[in-house]
Ligand binder design. Structure first.
Ligand SMILES: N[C@@H](CCC(=O)N[C@@H](CS)C(=O)NCC(=O)O)C(=O)O
Length: 212
């Protein structure tokens, strides 16, 4: 059994999608980051970086894990799903795009949320810098998806890691119509029942973002 500590944010939803897609048994524990529950001493024992999400694998001596990249690799290995380990090119391409999300798409879009959505006008420099970088990253993704249904051809943890960040395109003032391959891929993902269920973990009243 996987104990899943999370909140309804892009990083939480990355792991929620994977858990739902694999069909593995898990329990959800809400960690309300709006109420600073990520700083509770009990949670810090599992996630010393005081961020959601984190997991505990009770089938593996209560093994705790934080950082979504590590969690997704762990769950892909445990279930044997969504990471092709036999085709070495597919394996490394999946790693490459997972790392691209962890090191670029996530952190930069997180800054766009901070400066453009929540604190507009506070720093023109920061807003311009992160919005420009966000558009560059969407262009990179759009190019990668040209002629491909998914980021690494077969549906993988790379798609699950990137999608919840793209789901906040409105917050980022990104018009997905300017990135047609991203839009098509985004809609393919949106149609998946597991993605729809994951959006609501833990239960929340946020509507699934459907681009105009
Ligand atoms: N690199 C981390 C980032 C996790 C992260 O930033 N989580 C946010 C929510 S999306 C959080 O817990 N924020 C609470 C805080 O910063 O105190 C990962 O991929 O797991």
């Amino acid at each position: 059994m996987i104990e899943f500590y999370t909140w309804f944010t892009p990083n939480g939803r990355k792991v929620a999608i994977l858990l739902e897609e694999t069909g593995i048994e898990y329990n959800t524990h809400s960690v309300n980051i709006g109420k600073d529950e990520q700083f509770d001493p009990a949670f810090l024992k599992i996630s010393p970086n005081n961020k959601i999400p984190a997991i505990v694998d009770t089938d593996n001596n209560d093994y705790p894990l934080f950082e979504t990249g590590a969690i997704m690799l762990y769950l892909a290995e445990k279930t044997g799903q969504f990471l092709n380990t036999t085709d070495r090119d597919a394996y490394w391409r999946t790693m490459e795009w997972l790392m691209w999300q962890m090191g670029g798409f996530g952190p930069i879009l997180g800054q766009v949320h901070h400066f453009t959505k929540y604190n507009p006008g506070i720093s023109e420099y920061a807003q311009t810098r992160y919005e420009t970088e966000a558009r560059r990253l969407y262009t990179v993704l759009n190019t990668r998806l040209e002629g491909r249904e998914f980021i690494v051809d077969d549906y993988s943890i790379a798609d699950m890691a990137v999608w919840p960040w793209a789901a906040r395109h409105n917050w980022q003032e990104i018009d997905l119509n300017e990135y047609p391959n991203v839009r098509r891929w985004y809609m393919t993902m949106l149609d998946r029942p597991a993605v729809q269920r994951a959006w609501n973990i833990p239960e929340n009243d946020q509507p699934l973002p459907v681009p105009e």
